[in-house]
Design a protein around this ligand. Structure first.
Ligand code: SAH
Length: 343
């Protein structure tokens, strides 16, 4: 695979243009063109410069190979990378805008028992430009541009563990928020981690005040380890400390994901314990009923159980919401994304 030009910042592209002996305004044309989702071959620059770029970089690092549309309007995209690897992404429509869920790795090695992304392990990390490319091609396909974006919010909740691909993810976030491009506000971006504590602490120093989301799914380390092997490496207490530090550095309240699994973590006693754990912290809890993944024998709770859990948390003073599952009929719901090898 050649290099990915969408990995590069505006300043790095300026250096490439300068080294090629071209006028400096070409750099802005290239950066803007790429951010509009254009291929190198479509950039409005002299043919010689285009040819030089195509020699060194992938013309189309992320392609939409298939689009699936759910009854609820959610779209799932199958993206093909330049080396033939496939990843998936989802676009959800809300009243306030469209949220795209992007993948950060081909597969995942965290091994969560309820998640499809991890079934085949991790094949490779995505580069910064391959993560960004998913947004660029969808924004374009949906009729968006740099002024009027069709993708208004981004969540790093597709396949992969973002903090297991730290450098590329941070670089991606810098390019996604950079002026002159998509220029998305960090407030419209959510990053979800299974709780890699050292990277959480490091990320607090990056100056990117996004919505930090942690997949908790249990109230004790022992119970957590039953479904999340990462619990053997990092304790809930240390995760909470890292969250507190993130709040201290960024002023951003943090979010916990809690997927309700039948017979596992969804009793009222769990709700009470969760409330005790989080009481007084500047956080919010996102509940979701586990989505069935056919290779896994875990299942989600009933709607009634989920409502009762939510009520108990709220009664105990915890800010919480129960999320609707979107796109489950097209395999696009939380935890259902997987690299599917067609052809
Ligand atoms: N690796 C990151 C982000 C990817 S998963 C993380 O662990 O946070 C995004 C969210 O979906 C996580 O909260 C994850 O635990 C949750 N999830 C995974 N499988 C699920 C399933 N089958 N049903 C509901 N949520 C699931």
């Amino acid at each position: 695979m050649k290099d990915v030009l969408q990995d590069r910042s505006a300043a790095e592209i300026a250096a490439i243009v300068e080294a090629a002996g071209e006028k400096s305004f070409r750099a802005r044309q290239i950066f803007e063109g790429l951010m509009q989702g254009k291929k190198i071959a479509e950039l409005p620059v002299p043919p010689a410069l285009r040819a030089l770029l195509i020699e060194q970089f992938e013309d189309e690092p992320v392609k939409i190979r298939e689009t699936f549309v759910s009854r609820d309007g959610t779209k799932k995209f199958l993206f093909e990378l330049a080396d033939g690897n496939l990843v998936e992404g989802v676009l959800m429509r809300y009243k306030y805008g469209n949220t795209q869920c992007v993948s950060t790795q081909v597969g995942c090695r965290m091994g969560c028992k309820f998640c499809a992304s991890t079934l085949g392990g991790r094949l490779r990390d995505l580069t910064a430009g391959e993560i960004l490319g998913q947004i660029l091609v969808v924004n374009r396909a949906e009729g968006g541009n740099l002024k009027e974006r069709a993708v208004t919010n981004v969540v790093l909740m597709g396949s992969g563990e973002p903090f297991d691909n730290y450098q590329n993810v941070v670089k991606f976030l810098r390019n996604l928020t950079a002026e002159g491009g998509i220029a998305m506000s960090a407030r419209n971006i959510s990053l979800s981690t299974c709780g890699l504590v050292p990277e959480m602490l490091k990320f607090a120093e990056e100056g990117i005040p996004l919505n930090l989301t942690v997949s908790l799914h249990a109230v004790t380390d022992g119970e957590r380890a039953r479904t999340m092997p990462v619990a053997n490496r990092y304790k809930i207490a240390d995760i909470l400390q890292a969250c507190a530090y993130y709040f201290e550095r960024t002023g951003r309240r943090y979010i916990f994901e809690y997927s309700l699994i039948e017979g596992e973590n969804a009793d009222l006693a769990h709700a009470a314990a969760l409330a005790d754990l989080l009481k007084g912290k500047p956080c919010h809890v996102n509940l979701i009923r586990l989505n069935a993944v056919k290779e896994r024998d875990l299942s989600g709770t009933s709607e009634e159980t989920a409502q009762a859990f939510l009520k108990e948390l709220t009664r105990r003073g915890i800010s919480a919401t129960l999320r609707r599952s979107m796109g489950s009929d097209i395999g696009g719901a939380c935890g259902q994304l997987r690299a599917r090898y067609i052809s």
